[in-house]
Ligand binder design. Structure first.
Ligand code: DC
Length: 195
């Protein structure tokens, strides 16, 4: 049985960094599922058609990290047919040997409810805005508004809203360095694997 790690949380909580580090440490595959929604959002045209026709090359585009792509992603992600079109790809990815780490908003609740470990990564709004501003070279106050708007939409939507799975382990990275957050996450994986 492949080992699946599901990581969810709001924007800029640190989940992507943690997911990449777990994958590197354990030799697992990693999928940043936000890229699927970002690519669907920036491709334009009918988002349902775009999601159905998405190719691996689309998620390699270099314009997917912008705040604009994040907002476009959050809007198309509220469309149930878009989400449905992306389910199979994510589930197939999750079943690769020896294991896979997927990060997003609904991995523990919808995509991989049977994951061996579910992490729900959070951080205060201000810390997340400061991190994203540093990453994109943007104004922290603007980033704070952008993140809050996006989180509110991601949590309020009817289909697969952002929320922790009941059995998710909560990891608050507000007061942690990157290395500390990664060490805690790796310790959780090691605990579950040895159990
Ligand atoms: O993780 P991210 O910031 O790249 O995600 C961009 C948007 O995509 C996010 O605001 C909501 C949506 N998303 C989602 O609905 N479900 C996922 N599994 C991943 C992302």
């Amino acid at each position: 049985m492949p080992f699946t790690v599901a990581i969810d949380g709001p924007a800029a909580s640190g989940k992507g960094t943690i997911a990449r580090a777990i994958a590197r440490h354990f030799g697992f595959h990693h999928l940043d599922t936000g890229l699927l929604y970002r690519a669907t959002g920036v491709l334009g045209g009918d988002p349902v058609e775009a999601a159905r026709a998405l190719t691996p090359a689309d998620i390699e585009r270099d314009d997917l990290r912008s705040a604009h792509a994040g907002q476009a992603a959050s809007r198309v992600a509220a469309i149930p047919e878009v989400r449905a079109a992306l389910v199979d790809f994510q589930r197939r990815f999750a079943l690769q040997e020896p294991g896979a780490v997927l990060d997003g908003r609904d991995i523990g609740t919808v995509i991989c409810p049977g994951a061996a470990l579910k992490l729900y990564v959070v951080a205060s709004d201000e810390v997340r805005a400061a991190r994203r501003a540093a990453e994109l070279g943007a104004d922290p106050a603007l980033m704070l508004d952008e993140l809050r708007e996006r989180d509110a939409r991601d949590m309020a939507r009817a289909t697969a809203p952002l929320r922790p799975a009941e059995d998710a382990v909560l990891l608050d990275t507000s007061e942690l360095s990157i290395d500390e957050a990664i060490a805690r996450a790796i310790a959780e994986v090691a605990r579950v694997r040895s159990g």
